[in-house]
Design a protein around this ligand. Structure first.
Ligand SMILES: Nc1ncnc2c1ncn2[C@@H]1O[C@H](COP(=O)(O)OP(=O)(O)OP(=O)(O)O)[C@@H](O)[C@H]1O
Ligand SMILES: [Mg+2]
Length: 274
């Protein structure tokens, strides 16, 4: 019989434990991430916030299997994930970047982009099923089917980011890691993409690790927030708690930089004046 264990507070999704990353060697060794632990349950949006250079992208690269050398462990639903992942493990965690061009081939139409990943991973069989699946994914990201025939350069930044999200969804992930995915967008477009992430969590039960340098963005979307400073997680709180009574001095500094209005995004989507 297995030993009695403490009941987990959240269903088990992503668990990154004691992650450490050191770049360079000897005198030049630089600790970019130091014993960082982060978990994200299915259907939960969790923020990772810190200034530029604090180690956010490095942590996300470890979680996504893009960083070879690190210490600590990454697991999903109890299954250990290393950088050497099977195709099925690779699909579990997908990234959305700040620059949608990073994941989109400018020569491909949206339909070609989506079809390629779906075919490569043999996720549907037959031409009709493939066509239908592409349309289903466009519905998920709320883009008209007419966009399937377009290439990235013919779209706005927000539309392009929806296509990048669509490409990630085509792989049927259980967790999205969104690394500054709205940072390059205008505030009104940010609001739309943030609302889209919330819909995807609700409709697909996706877990999302939402990385940002901006606490105001995180406030509207995330249930919990990790604050990272010089590679160390200095605070982990429920979002409301973090705003009400920040524990770490560094969090207070970050909060001081946030304008004193309650919600820049979701409230406005619902029609509040600024
Ligand atoms: N391949 C690398 N080699 C050496 N140092 C690196 C490498 N990648 C990142 N770093 C360093 O590690 C630290 C953390 O970088 P990281 O990109 O994770 O920060 P970040 O929080 O994502 O910053 P930003 O908000 O600017 O994206 C930085 O000091 C960076 O210079
Ligand atoms: Mg980064």
């Amino acid at each position: 019989m297995s030993p009695e264990r403490e009941a987990p507070q959240r269903p088990v999704g992503l668990r990154a434990e004691d992650i450490g990353v050191v770049f360079g060697r000897g005198d030049r060794a630089f600790t970019a991430v130091d014993e960082a632990s982060i978990d994200v349950a299915p259907g939960e949006i969790v923020g990772l916030v810190g200034e530029s250079g604090s180690g956010k992208s490095t942590v996300s690269r470890v979680i996504c299997g893009l960083q070879r050398d690190y210490t600590g462990t990454v697991s999903f639903a109890g299954q250990k994930l290393t950088p050497k992942r099977t195709a099925a493990q690779w699909r579990l965690v997908q990234m959305v970047f700040q620059d949608p061009f990073a994941s989109l081939d400018p020569r491909y139409t949206v339909e070609q982009t989506l079809s390629e990943v779906i075919r490569h991973h043999r996720l549907v069989s037959g031409k009709e099923a493939l066509r239908a699946r592409c349309r289903e994914i466009m519905d998920m990201v709320r883009l008209p089917h007419g966009f399937l025939g377009r290439t990235p350069v013919t779209m706005s930044g927000g539309q392009r980011q929806r296509v990048a999200i669509a490409r990630a969804l085509a792989l049927e992930p259980q967790l999205l890691v969104a690394d500054e995915a709205v940072s390059a967008l205008d505030v009104s477009v940010q609001a739309e993409i943030i609302a889209l992430f919330a819909h995807l969590r609700d409709e697909l039960g996706l877990g999302i690790l939402f990385i940002s340098h901006d606490l105001a963005v995180v406030k509207d979307l995330c249930a919990r927030v990790y604050v990272i400073h010089n590679g160390i997680i200095v605070e982990h709180s429920a979002t409301a708690e973090l705003f009400r009574s920040p524990q770490a001095e560094y969090t207070r500094t970050l909060l001081a930089a946030v304008p004193r209005f309650t919600s820049r995004f979701l409230d406005r989507v619902e029609g509040d004046p600024q």
